[in-house]
Design a protein around this ligand. Structure first.
Ligand code: NAD
Ligand code: TYD
Length: 331
């Protein structure tokens, strides 16, 4: 059962799983919030090993019914509110889904004695890391409402391992880029704006750093931890190489043949974490390697958005426009 499987990473993971494991059946359980999109899974309609249930992970009855009906043995939890800027505007849904929803899933894992629960977490739980790189034993010091809600979820996952012995694993992934990412996150936002000759709103001085990894590398890492990770353990998952936002923006413009004058420096995000950096030796010891450099990942991503306007254009209307106005007009 892949919760949040209609979102960006979840839908990539579902495709990856069905292709790699010819004997796996996959149930996507997704609330279809603004970020969930059945178009991400459209090619799977009629696939004999794929099923979809629209449901909320906060709804214990719906979760239990799906586990029973589809005879679930494993849950991989992608379902979450995921955008830092939205969490700054209003954290309510983050606390509900990311924390309470994870609790509901853990209770179901306990009740039905499932074989494995995997929590898809983030490097943002470590908080800002100005020097060096985070290792898995570092304390969690989240600084945004989003990161705090993901850290809360992780603490529950660890607590259920210690208290009830549930078979859980956690990955702390860095920023993903690739096909099907909702165009509010920086990379698809900048690519789609640049295609339309609209400004690229760069927060602060643009020197903040992120470890941008290709989404399928992340999916492969989750797969490896799911099958070979040690219960009760967390694994950092990223390239281990950080890029400044300004360099990311310049490369997007270069790949699209657009002028750097499209970059517009705007007011910074409150509490903006200047840098995340993770040490990935632990997952590498399981045999995982990142297959894409940042440049390769960005090039593939730019190409996908150029070739799939029919996917993203409809998303940049309605609710999106209202969000965009609230987020950027005053900046
Ligand atoms: P996304 O916002 O694209 O998708 C989230 C999905 O969860 C959507 O399909 C949405 O409909 C669903 N959802 C939301 N609330 C739900 C609920 N209450 N019940 C059921 N479904 C619900 O997110 P994403 O970028 O694909 O991220 C997926 C996961 O990976 C999240 O847990 C996120 O914290 C984590 N993560 C993301 C990144 C990244 O760079 N995007 C990096 C590391 C970790
Ligand atoms: P984002 O994609 O929101 O991911 P996160 O904050 O979860 O890492 O943002 C990535 C980086 O890009 C982050 O340093 C904030 C910056 N950013 C901008 O400069 N402008 C924007 O419009 C957005 C959305 C983000």
């Amino acid at each position: 059962m892949v919760t949040g499987g209609a979102g960006f990473i979840g839908s990539n993971f579902v495709h990856y799983l069905l292709e790699k494991y010819p004997d796996y059946r996959v149930l996507v359980f997704d609330k279809l919030t603004y970020a969930g999109n059945l178009a991400n899974l459209a090619d799977l309609a009629g696939h004999p090993r794929y099923h979809f249930v629209r449901g909320d992970i906060c709804d214990a009855e719906a979760v239990r019914a799906a586990i029973r009906q589809y005879d679930i043995d494993t849950i991989v939890n992608f379902a979450a509110e995921t955008h830092v800027d939205r969490s700054i505007m209003d954290a309510d849904a983050f606390i509900r889904t990311d924390i309470y929803g994870t609790y509901v899933l853990l209770e179901a894992v306990k009740e039905f004695r499932l074989e494995r629960f995997h929590q898809v977490s983030t490097d943002e739980v470590y908080g800002e890391v100005l020097e060096g790189s985070s290792v898995e034993t570092d304390p969690l010091r989240p600084r945004s409402p989003y990161a705090a809600s993901k850290a809360g979820a992780e603490h529950l996952v660890q607590a259920y391992f210690v208290t009830y012995g549930l078979p859980v694993t956690i990955t702390r992934g860095s920023n993903n880029i690739g096909p099907y990412q909702y165009p509010e996150k920086v990379v698809p936002l900048f690519i789609t704006n640049a295609i339309d000759d609209l400004p690229l709103p760069l927060y602060g001085d643009g020197t903040q750093q992120r470890d941008y990894q290709y989404v399928l590398d992340h999916c492969e890492g989750i797969d490896i931890v799911l099958h070979h990770g040690k219960p009760g353990e967390a694994y950092n998952l990223g390239t281990g190489v950080e890029t400044r936002n300004i360099d990311m923006a310049r490369l997007i413009l270069r790949l699209l043949g657009k002028p750097e004058s499209l970059i517009q420096f705007v007011k910074d995000r409150p509490g903006h974490d200047r840098r995340y950096s993770i040490n990935c030796d632990k997952i590498k010891a399981l045999g995982w390697r990142s297959r894409h450099t940042f440049e390769e990942a960005l090039e593939k991503t730019v190409r996908w958005y150029v070739e799939h306007e029919e996917w993203w254009r409809p998303l940049k209307s309605g609710e999106y426009k209202e969000y965009y106005r609230r987020q950027y007009l005053q900046r």
